[in-house]
Design a binder for this molecule. Structure first.
Ligand SMILES: [Zn+2]
Length: 370
């Protein structure tokens, strides 16, 4: 008889459980049927395991205070190869950055300009909560995220007998500019740099979100030798690559010949917009589709495919490393080189004073080159 009394409540629970299960199934079905309708954040959690923590984290620690930079002059760096956080002497870290971000054979003044740019980039990260991927690190060693870095032992492997000489050359450039960073209106600048401008650097808002007064496109006279690239793609390959990134463009083997049109260019020669089948994309996205070294390119259509003629290497914002080397060869000092590529900046040495300056708005960009 007891059983009869409890039966209805059991039924209710069972019913509720079934209803919940059904709802869950419907939700899952919806997620898999219409993945594109799910907001990106939700999709990240439901459909895939994020490889990196959701960034930027809502509250990032103040690295300047946490690591007591004022006293220690140390920087927390995440070594992505060894998967560990290393606390390093700030200037030693800059030596390791310059050692891999710029060819060691470049002119001394170019290496010095690079040292100041790399230091500015790193110190800015210390002040702004650090690397976007690894919380607790000011910078990581992944060039796709922060700046590349080479350790002493890897310098040894890479350069063998020349390692000591090369190290001294880089260390001289770094130590002769020790503590120097770029500021604009008293606030630390976002010292972006890239390998080669193709002859003209680009306004920041044409590549990233924000227009910054010191990241204006300027002429880069001495890009010598100019870095160029020719990329040939068959029509079949082109269709495949476009479909992989932009299926909504509806590009097919039949219509590919008339599917790509470089519609607009910036004054610098970089591609601004592209008509791609049924859609319109920005030039730098087509750059990604075909792995072009820069967005400064023209396109040629042949009987069998496409040929891209590319000038420059990287995003084109801020200092051009190749151009810096050219200016150094023409007698420019590192200070003149920096002031050429970063409009209206000053070189400042007071890192600790800088930590108290309220910053101007800055573009949310992570790559230092590319
Ligand atoms: Zn990073």
């Amino acid at each position: 008889m007891d059983q009869n009394k409890t039966q209805p409540s059991k039924r209710v629970i069972l019913l509720l459980a079934l209803v919940l299960l059904a709802l869950l199934l419907v939700l899952l079905l919806l997620v898999f049927l219409f993945p594109e309708s799910i907001p990106e954040t939700l999709e990240t959690y439901f459909l895939s395991v994020p490889t990196t923590p959701p960034t930027p984290a809502p509250t990032r620690i103040d690295l300047y205070t946490y690591y007591n930079f004022r006293e220690t002059q140390q920087i927390p760096v995440y070594d992505h190869r060894e998967d560990r956080l290393i606390i390093m002497d700030f200037e030693s870290y800059i030596i390791g950055v310059v050692g891999v971000e710029m060819p060691v054979a470049y002119e001394t003044e170019a290496l010095r300009a690079q040292a100041v740019a790399a230091r500015t980039y790193a110190f800015r990260k210390i002040l702004r909560g650090g690397c976007a991927t690894y919380e607790g690190a000011a910078c990581c060693t992944n060039s796709k995220c922060c700046q590349a870095f080479i350790s002493d032992s890897r310098m040894q492997e890479r350069w063998g007998d020349a390692a000591g000489m090369n190290y001294n050359r880089i260390a001289d450039a770094v130590m002769s500019t020790a503590g120097e960073v770029l500021v604009y209106n008293g606030a630390i600048a976002d010292a972006m740099f890239h390998a080669c401008s193709g002859g003209h650097t680009e306004d920041s808002e044409n590549v990233y979100a924000n227009a910054l007064p010191y990241l204006r496109g300027v002429e880069s006279l001495y890009e010598d030798p100019m870095r160029t690239q020719t990329v040939e793609v068959s029509f079949e390959e082109a269709v495949e690559k476009i479909r992989a990134s932009y299926p909504e463009a509806h590009v097919t083997d039949e219509n590919i010949r008339s599917s790509i049109e470089l519609s607009e260019f910036f004054d610098t020669g970089r591609v601004k917009t592209v008509r791609l089948g049924d859609i319109k994309i920005v030039g730098k996205k087509l750059r990604n589709v075909f792995d072009l070294q820069s967005a400064m390119f023209t396109m040629e259509t042949t009987d069998t495919g496409l040929i891209f003629h590319v000038k420059g290497y990287g995003h084109g914002v801020g200092l051009s490393q190749n151009g810096a080397n050219g200016y150094a060869k023409h007698g420019y000092t590192y200070e003149q080189i920096l002031k050429h590529y970063y409009t209206g900046v000053e070189i400042a040495k007071d890192l600790n004073g800088m930590a108290t300056v309220i910053e101007n708005a800055a573009p949310e960009v992570t790559p230092s080159h590319g």
